[in-house]
Design a protein around this ligand. Structure first.
Ligand SMILES: O=C(CO)COP(=O)(O)O
Length: 223
């Protein structure tokens, strides 16, 4: 929720012109911009998705957005369990797991956000992530899932988490997450990817809003 609708449309037009090479790129704009994303990204390899969804496809859930409708709008992905959803909107691990399962059932790939809430060592962080991940793994089985490891304290911060910390927690997540791809988020941007060997991708917040920075990060992933 950093951009106005008009700014989002201009940003999507810029995203459509990015050179993605071999890198899989997906953008997750506000719900209200999804039809514009479909239009702007048509004919490109860039996929799009939403930042949240309901755990039900239809019914009396005023104000919620159905995963089936997201699929109908051409979404490939949906983010669930972002730290801000957990903190401001009371989402708990069980609810996030239900959302992930509903996304899978609707034909979407859930991007499930997990991460320790405060600064701590990698062992404690891994325990927090394991608690968040377990119900998701139980609810989604063998389905394709992307896990976004985002230490909550590194989101919106000046710097990403230390690569040593990230890689230690990532190893533990990988052991629990089956074949899920694992991406890192939390003040990610240019210069980070090469410092995180073994991570499957990056989850960009603010830095993607600057298209030149986005392009630089993409070039580093393609290298
Ligand atoms: O939460 C994030 C992506 O969803 C990360 O945001 P920042 O990259 O702005 O820290």
């Amino acid at each position: 929720m950093y951009l106005s609708h008009a700014e989002t449309i201009r940003w999507l037009d810029g995203v459509a012109r990015l050179r993605t090479g071999s890198v899989e790129v997906a953008v997750l704009p506000s719900f209200t911009a999804l039809p514009a994303a479909a239009q702007a990204l048509a004919g490109t390899a860039i996929r799009y998705g939403a930042q949240d969804c309901c755990w039900a496809d239809a019914g009396p859930f005023t104000g919620e957005v159905s995963p089936a409708v997201l699929r109908e709008l051409g979404c490939s992905y949906v983010e669930v369990g972002h730290a801000e959803r957990r903190r401001h909107f009371g989402e708990d691990d069980a609810m996030v797991a239900r959302k992930a399962a509903a996304a899978v059932a609707a034909g979407l790939v859930p991007i499930v956000c997990i991460g320790e809430p405060g600064r701590c060592g990698p062992a404690e962080a891994a325990r927090a992530c394991a608690r968040q991940l377990a119900p998701v793994v139980a609810a989604t089985g063998n389905a394709t899932v992307i896990v976004a490891y985002e230490p909550v304290w590194a989101i919106g911060a000046a710097e990403p988490a230390d690569p040593g910390h990230v890689l230690a927690v990532l190893a533990d997540i990988r052991a629990r997450a089956g074949k899920a791809r694992i991406i890192y988020g939390g003040s990610a941007g240019p210069g980070l990817f090469k410092r995180l060997p073994g991570v499957d991708g990056l989850f960009l917040g603010r830095s993607a809003l600057d298209l030149r920075g986005f392009a630089r990060t993409l070039a580093e992933l393609a290298a």
